[in-house]
Design a protein around this ligand. Sequence first.
Ligand SMILES: [Fe+2]
Length: 315
Amino acid sequence: MTAKRLGHPHLGLGVGLRTVHFDYILEKHPKVDWFEVISENFMDSRGRPRYVLEQIAERYPVVMHGVSLSIGSTDPLNFEYLRKLKALANDIKPLWISDHVCWTGVAGRNTHDLLPMPLTETSLKHVVERIRTVQDFLERPFVFENPSTYVGFTGSTMSEWEFITRMAQEANCGLLLDVNNVYVSSVNHDFDPQEFIRSVPHERVVQFHLAGHTNRQTHLIDTHDDHVVDPVWKLYRLAHKLTGGVSTLLEWDAKIPPFPVLHAEVLKAKRHIGEELADTNVATASREQETNAMSVSEDNLAVPHPLHHIAAEVV
Ligand SMILES: [Fe+2]
């Protein structure tokens, strides 16, 4: 039997560590429950970023979150990458390590994007085998996040929630449920986000992600450049209720605000958790509010993908 959250603790409300906040954090030591760090930003760095990370890891719980594992690719697993990941983990001792259910390239080419999986029996078997290999190499369970997607494969034979449920159970890994990604994909692919959240194995959910996104009217883009919208908070309340509450992390990767604004955003979760039982109809209201509340402006016509921002930080 699997221990709830794979035995991982509930860390509370954390934020993603970003370079622009290094000085503030080192100077003020804000009362943040925990930090999530982008693995690739520190794997090859021995300079100031690594010094800052070590200072922060001494004072706060830290988890590592990657964007380059490419667990779904048909390319061979990159063991050089895994060796660096393991070495960083041995140094900073994160509570857990995560990446995405996606592929980022093929035939040796890297798209620097989180590309959707074909949701088929063949790709499920493929990804389960690779997760097992990764976990054996790293000597720890891994945690996988549902990405935001904009296109799908016509050959898919199952829903995304069925795919990640079977993946987690068959590979014995954890799940990082990105609530904003569920919402973004639900609008882009016209599915019920509540069904997604109700269907995943809640005992395997180790962590939540929250973030803002950009409404392009015909589709949503996972830009991580704004406040969390009300429909996502409503889904978060549902996810909290169903899981019993897990470590929650706010991602903000473009148009990054001052640290107190970032921290205040994730602390809003306290209010939403308190209201969880009053939430009766997430999906219907969420679509209407999203459409009404946001409009296309000149500012969001050329929004960057979060990965582009992250990649720019990788040395
Ligand atoms: Fe995320």
